[in-house]
Each structure stands twice: as C-alpha cells, then as structure tokens.
Ligand binder design. Structure first.
Ligand code: ADP
Length: 492
C-alpha cells in the first residue's frame, strides 16, 4: 500500500505521525488508493524552515532561470498527462474527460507562468527632479503558504505554485487531505524539473493542524488559499494580526439569468453543464437558474429531461457523464441540503437522493437534482451546496431577475441567456460577480485570463492570467539621485 510522503528540503520523508487516513476512491470505497499520514505540527515547522533557508538563493536566481524550471515542469506535466488524469479520477471522482481537461488547463497555466518570468518588469517613472531616476522592482515576499482544496487538485495547486515560484518565493504546499496522490505527483514533477532543495515543500495532513501551523508561522509572509468561506475568513483574520498577505478564493452561488427571448436549448444545455459538470463540485458551478416566468415551464421540463438522462458512474468508465461526490462528509452535506430544500418548501422535480443501480452501491453517487419554486430567502438559494443540485427561481422580468441574481453573499461568476444587446450590457453593468459569461455556462476560464470573485468570494489579488503575479510580488520603489552633490530643495 502506498504511503504518501512529505517533500521537505528536497527529500521525500515519511511522517513520524501515528495518525493516518485512507485515500479512498469515491466511486468505489473498497478501492483504497493509499495511506496519508497526518503530519505533525513539528514537521510543518520543518517544512517552513526549509522554505525559509532556501529563499535567499531562490530570490537571487534570475527570474528567467526560475521560469525555465516552470517551463520544464509544464513539459513534464504534458508528458505525464494521462497518468495524472487517471490518478485524479481515481482519487477525486471526476470523469476522465474532466480530468484530462483539468490537466490541459494546468499545462496552459504553467506555460503561461513560465513566460511571465521574462516579463517580471517594474516601471521607470519620470522624477520631479533633474538627475533623479525613479523606478520600481517586483520582489517576492519570502515563504508563501499554498493551501488548496480537493475539487481541482492539479489545476489549483499549479495556478498558485507556478506564479509563486516564478516571482521568487519559496513554497510550503498543503493540499486537501482527500487528494494526496495528485499533490505528490505535482511535486515529483517539479523535482524532476530541477527545483532546488527547499524551494517547494509539500506537507500532508489536517488543515486544522498543519494548515493552522503554517498559516500562523511568523516566517510565512503570504497565504494563498482556495476553499470554504469559513476557513478563508478565519485565515484572513489571523493573518491580519501579523500583517501577512492573504489571497482567498472561497464560495460561490452562481446564477444564470434566462430571458424569454433566448435560445432555450442553448440555455438548458449550458445550465445543465454548469450545474452537473464535475458533479457540481466547482466554485464556478451554476447553482441558481433565474428564469423568466413565461418560459419557466418549458425550461424546467427540458432541464429535468437532461438531468434524468445523465449517465452516473465511475469516472474511469468512458460512458460516465457524472462521477461521485468526493467523500462521505461531502455526500452527507449534499443530502442534508436536499432535505433543507424540502423543509423550506421548494418543489423537487428530479433526483434528490442517492443514485442506485449497478456498480453504484459502493460509491458516493447522488442523482442530478432540480428544485423548482425556489425563493431567494431559502437556504438552498443562499448557501453553497457543492453538489449536483440546481435551484430554479422564477421571476417576472429582467429587473426582478437582477435583484434575485444579486441577492447573494457571494460573487464569483454568472451568466445570462438573451439575444437582446441592451439587456446584455445592462447585465454586465449590474451583475455583482467577478466574472460573467454571455450566452455560455458560468464555468470555465482560460489560463491567461484573470480569475476570481467579489463580495464573500474573493479576497486579495485575482489569480491567473495577467494578474497571476500580483499577489506573489511586492513593489519596491527606488529613487537614484545622481547629481553627486547636495541638492537644492527636497522632495516633499
Ligand atoms: P473544503 O470544504 O473545500 O474542504 P476547507 O476550507 O475545509 O474546504 O479546506 C480547504 C483547504 O484548507 C484544505 O487543504 C484544508 O485542509 C485547509 N484548511 C482547513 N482548515 C484550515 C485551517 N484552520 N488553517 C489552514 N488550512 C486549513
């Protein structure tokens, strides 16, 4: 049985901890993939110390050289794409097609970041004074903690680690407990790409223990986190006390607005894709369909047809369209929200229970679920469920649709389906989300385009694309006086 090891100071070290947890295939809980040892706080401190010691040399390594290592990593990711996709499906549950897509996104991000290493530019600025040269330099913070969730266990670590390294930071990476195998492979590939000792460190274990230890360590200058809102806000509060930088990507409750002039089949297809793709376990998942009354009956009829036709099963089977929920805890959470939907008086149209059938009995499968007659005050319309559950909220017109769509503590992404250009531009102006899509699903993004949300979804600089290095760099401002004598007058 594989025992996953930590990667500290360039060495693969098995944790001394006696506490372990199995890495379970969510499609078949009899399939134990490996054993994760829940590292100790002391081991977490060792990882931070290794990153701290490695920082000076790494900072002084030219950025293009740092970029070459990330470029090599991108090539290795490409060479090992299929193997990683298989591991990802086995430990997280998503379909192989989804895993391959995630790998492609990760490769694109790593390639993009590698190129950014040659563009780590500051700016020269005109001074008010003669013989005075003013400019800025982008510098790394030092040790950065990277705390990631299980739902995109390759793409999210890559889109944080690659820019952190390119910028010259050293990293302590703590992945989610549920997805250790992909995290280990990512670090093995960085090792193969030639990452120097201590520059990237992996520590496996509980968020509440080692995550807590790392994020509160005085040597950790910045924390990039993706996960639940409760944890993100806690990290933000703690970091504020010691002035550490924080970037949090948290929950979503992403709406689609479906207008009565739209291409209804396109809206239905895109909503189903957004709601049930990746088993609804994406922060960009569509969880609310805000539909104009006039077409709502037809919309729900068509979306229920789609939901009921979906083939549920092991993601490793090429016929499968929707895989399992990641683990028992999350499985119970989704079922609890379905109960809450009933209690709140929403009308269940389809799904709503554990999926039964051949080869489904040993996995955490839930049927794609659609609730109709949902109102904005219901918990299923307000709280992130993170499962294949869609709420349909009926509205009379565009103005009411905007009130409902914006009635959320979250603001990650959204979309509208309409062919009216006036409504499209009004929607872009009024919707309170960090990203928005027109006539396409709420999900998806490109490696070179910024990603992130507003309100309770996002804190700190946007990730990816042209903004990917913003969080990982500090600006140093330099004034060079070359008069060679005491100057008349001062800068104010
Ligand atoms: P999810 O519901 O997606 O598991 P969490 O916020 O619980 O969301 O977990 C996201 C990541 O944060 C995981 O890697 C988890 O181990 C880590 N984590 C959880 N609690 C803490 C904490 N108190 N300090 C640091 N990291 C934590």
């Amino acid at each position: 049985m594989t025992i996953y090891r930590n990667f500290i100071n360039g060495e693969w070290r098995e944790s001394n901890s006696a506490e372990t947890a199995p890495n379970v295939n969510p499609a078949n809980t009899n399939d134990i993939i490996g054993i994760i040892k829940l590292s100790t706080r002391e081991e977490a401190r060792t990882a931070v110390a290794a990153a701290y010691d490695a920082f000076k040399n790494w900072k002084n390594t030219p950025a293009p050289t740092r970029g070459k290592i990330v470029a090599k990593f991108a090539r290795l990711l490409e060479d090992n794409r299929e193997e990683l996709a298989q591991i990802l499906t086995r430990e997280e549950g998503k379909t192989l097609a989804e895993s391959r897509g995630e790998l492609q996104r990760s490769i694109n991000v790593a390639e993009f970041c590698a190129g950014e290493a040659r563009r780590l530019n500051g700016e020269t600025i005109q001074s008010e004074l003669a013989a005075n040269f003013a400019y800025t330099i982008k510098e790394p913070h030092g040790v950065v903690a990277i705390i990631t969730p299980w739902n995109f266990p390759v793409a999210i670590p890559v889109w944080k680690i690659a820019p952190a390294l390119v910028a010259g930071n050293t990293v302590v990476f703590k992945p989610a407990e549920a997805t250790p195998a992909t995290a280990v492979r990512i670090c093995e590939l960085f090792e193969e790409a030639g990452i120097p000792k201590g520059v990237l460190n992996l520590i496996l274990g509980k968020g509440s223990e080692i995550g807590d230890e790392i994020c509160n360590h005085a040597a950790v200058k910045a924390i990039s986190f993706t996960g639940s809102t409760a944890t993100g806000i806690k990290l933000y509060e703690q970091a504020a006390r010691r002035g550490a930088k924080v970037q949090c990507e948290m929950g979503g409750k992403n709406p689609v607005v479906v207008m009565d002039d739209c291409d209804l089949d396109l809206a239905v297809e895109s909503t189903a894709n957004g709601a049930f793709g990746s088993t609804g376990q994406r922060c960009t998942a569509t969880s609310r369909a805000v539909v104009i009354d006039k077409i709502a009956d037809e919309f729900v009829r068509k979306i229920v047809e789609k939901a009921q036709a979906m083939r549920i099963g092991d993601g490793a089977d090429s016929q499968t369209e929707m895989g399992p929920i990641v683990d028992e805890k999350q499985f119970n959470t989704v079922l609890k929200y379905i109960d809450i939907g009933h209690e709140d008086g929403a009308e269940l149209l389809c799904g709503g229970k554990r999926a039964a059938g051949e080869n489904l009995e040993d996995g955490y499968f839930i049927e794609p679920t659609v609730f109709d007659q949902v109102t904005s005050d219901m918990r299923i319309a307000q709280e992130e469920i993170f499962g294949p559950v869609l709420s349909v909220l009926r509205v009379k017109d565009f103005d009411e649709a905007m009130i409902v769509a914006n009635d959320s503590p979250y603001g990650l992404t959204s979309s509208i389906f309409t062919n009216d250009p006036n409504l499209i531009f009004r929607f872009i102006g009024e919707i309170e989300t960090g990203m928005t899509h027109i006539n396409s699903p709420t999900t998806g993004g490109e490696a070179h385009i910024p990603f992130g949300g507003v309100k309770m979804t996002g804190i700190g600089a946007r990730e990816q694309g042209s903004t990917s290095l913003d969080f990982y760099t500090e600006l140093k401002v330099v004034y060079v006086d070359y008069t060679g004598r005491k100057r008349e007058g001062n800068l104010y």
